[in-house]
Write a protein that binds this ligand. Structure first.
Ligand code: UD1
Ligand code: UDP
Length: 381
């Protein structure tokens, strides 16, 4: 029997981190030819992930430009995908999550009548503009997809409410599979500054912030809050690997340069980031991925957003929504930095997002869909 040609399409850092273990799992299956197509919506940040996970793409659309718009990303991906699909002739295309690459990848697959598997399906805020444009991207991909790989039962329930019940699997999130390969107790950082941090004598606060809906006033308030926190807590070292978006770079450096206990550093390789997270005191972020990783590592998270599509860790008590107002963010951080009981109540490891077996379940589900294996059992917490 011919091998199934399964093509994974991704373009940004988080998609790459979450798809890398799946590309490898697919490649390990006798019945599957694993094909990797990158749009390079992110260039440097994608290449860093490809290096950490030793992945070599079969096709690279190389679309990134500085200050790219949503329209240019989508149109360049669509045009580029035509060539990739015609040349590589996949039997199924996998897309991940909710980026512009995800949407364009799925739409292109549909234009070529190739079935689509949506990895990390069923996340919702029900606010069209927050996160923007991700909430719309994932809803549009839901309409196109044939198979849905939901991280949690709650995600499946969201799809069920929208009438999507066929081809739905609860697999856990592949990010937990990735974390299991990167985090090690004896890890030594290659970034010199990270080896020199006073992990035992100071509180390391790990920060990231990049979302488009936070551009403007919300990001100004977030950065002011971070400056306040650093200035008023001398026992804190705030470590912030700044996203390469010029919008983010400008606002972060304007507010946080020249504060001695703030370390604005270049984006970290995924293994460096995961091991820093494992050793930090607190995470403050508007990232989706960090909200999933930190709970698995027992680190409290303050989410720098008004909502989240990841309520599972909020329910488990390890993540809190801090919002985007300077006053609220500062107050919530102060509580966790000064009140040991409040901190202890949030600092316990929970794994609502997976057990490290998501990629195995997804590969099994694909083979089952094509009549070549058993249906996998669902991930349960
Ligand atoms: C994108 C995704 C967002 C995801 C985020 C993860 C969309 C619309 N947004 O947002 O869902 O959470 O990635 O980080 O798909 N840049 C570089 N080098 C890089 C990466 C980015 O220079 O390696 C700069 C470029 O100037 C680029 C800009 O960052 O134009 C913004 O990148 P873009 O992919 O458009 O948006 P993100 O905010 O990264
Ligand atoms: N990450 C990384 N280096 C960094 C910042 C983040 O490797 O400097 C990782 C992080 O651990 C997570 C993913 O990138 O796995 C999250 O990506 P991002 O925050 O860019 O996007 P989001 O998850 O919000 O879509």
């Amino acid at each position: 029997m011919e091998k199934l040609r399964v093509m994974s399409v991704f373009g940004t850092r988080p998609e790459a981190i979450k798809m890398a273990p799946l590309v490898k799992e697919l490649a390990s299956r006798e019945d599957i030819q694993s094909i990797c197509c990158v749009t390079a919506q992110h260039r440097e940040m994608l290449d860093s992930v490809l290096e950490v996970f030793a992945l070599k793409p079969d096709w690279d659309l190389d679309i990134m430009t500085p200050r790219q718009t949503l329209s240019t990303i989508t149109s360049k991906c669509l045009t580029g995908m035509d060539g990739a699909i015609e040349a590589l002739k996949p039997d199924m295309i996998l897309v991940h999550g909710d980026t512009s690459t995800t949407f364009a990848g799925a739409l292109s697959a549909f234009y070529h009548k190739v079935p689509v598997g949506h990895v990390e399906a069923g996340l919702r805020t029900y606010d069209k503009y927050s996160p923007y444009p991700e909430e719309m991207n994932r809803k549009l991909v839901t309409a196109i997809a044939d198979l849905y790989f939901c991280p949690t039962e709650n995600n499946r329930e969201n799809l069920r409410r929208e009438g999507v019940t066929e081809g739905v699997f609860v697999t856990g999130n592949t990010v937990i599979d990735a974390l299991r390969t990167t985090v090690r107790k004896d890890y030594t950082f290659t970034t010199k500054e990270l080896n020199e941090l006073p992990y035992d004598s100071k509180k390391i606060v790990l920060v990231t912030c990049h979302r488009r809906e936070n551009y403007g006033q919300p990001m100004e308030e977030i950065m002011s809050a971070l400056a306040d926190i650093a200035r008023t807590h001398s026992d804190v070292e705030l470590v912030y690997p700044v996203h390469l978006s010029p919008v983010v770079q400008e606002v972060a450096h304007r507010h946080l340069d020249r504060i001695p206990n703030v370390h604005l550093i270049a984006p970290l390789a995924a293994d460096e980031m995961h091991n820093l997270m494992a050793r930090c005191y607190l995470v403050m972020t508007d990232s989706g991925g960090l909200q999933e990783e930190a709970p698995a590592l027992g680190k409290p998270v303050l989410v720098l957003r008004r909502e989240t599509e990841r309520p599972e860790a909020v329910a488990a008590g390890t993540v809190k929504l801090a919002g985007v107002k300077q006053k609220d963010i500062t107050a919530m951080a102060r509580e966790l930095l000064t009140d040991g009981n409040a901190y202890a109540a949030m600092a316990h490891a929970v794994n609502p997002y997976g057990d490290g077996q998501a990629c195995r379940r997804i590969a099994d589900a694909i083979l089952w869909h094509f009549g070549r294996g058993e249906k996998p059992s669902d991930f349960r917490t």
